[in-house]
Design a protein around this ligand. Structure first.
Ligand code: SF4
Length: 169
């Protein structure tokens, strides 16, 4: 990474959000890993969180993915799903993380955050959760559940009717 340099790293990651800051942080943390840790990533939360751009969530991801620890990294999807469903309601990501840790059976802890992220990204979406095709709908406290949207043609008809009504009023 250090040999690659910031400018060339940017050219590889420019399709992701905040790539400028991420490239800067990756180069800076690579220097620290090289100089202070002999090029190895430390298996230590405190040390990880001291690296540029690394907060609790990223430290949890590294501990989970690189070292196989049963951590739960709370991102925006997990935070939303946990609060919306009532699985682990909390005002902060740390609060949600602590509750999820308590509630998740040991055998599922290793991969729980992946399943929750995928569920939030593809089913329990931020704007409109797709409750009509949700496999855990019966376990979820969210009300009211969303129902299957009308087919596109029907939606056009409905919005046409709405326009007519609005024009008349
Ligand atoms: S039922 Fe709806 S709100 Fe509840 S988890 Fe499923 S998609 Fe999300």
């Amino acid at each position: 990474m250090i040999a690659l340099g910031e400018a060339r790293l940017k050219s590889y990651i420019k399709t992701i959000g905040l790539f400028n800051t991420k490239a800067k942080n990756v180069i800076a943390l690579s220097r620290i890993l090289h100089d202070a840790y002999g090029g190895a990533v430390p298996r230590d939360r405190e040390a990880l969180e001291k690296l540029p751009g690394v907060g609790r969530k990223t430290a949890n991801v590294v501990l989970n993915i690189a070292f196989g620890e049963p951590t739960i990294a709370v991102d925006t999807h997990i935070f939303r799903v946990s609060n919306r469903t009532g699985l682990a309601a909390g005002k902060t990501p740390l609060h949600v993380e602590k509750k999820l840790e308590k509630k998740t059976p040991a055998e599922f802890k290793q991969h729980a955050h992946h399943w929750l992220i995928l569920h939030g990204r593809y089913i329990c979406k931020a704007r409109t959760p797709e409750c009509w095709r949700c496999l855990v709908s019966d376990l979820c406290a969210f009300k009211p559940k969303s129902s299957l949207p009308a087919p596109v043609n029907d939606r056009r008809k409905i919005s046409k009717k709405k326009k007519i009504i609005l024009n008349r009023s």
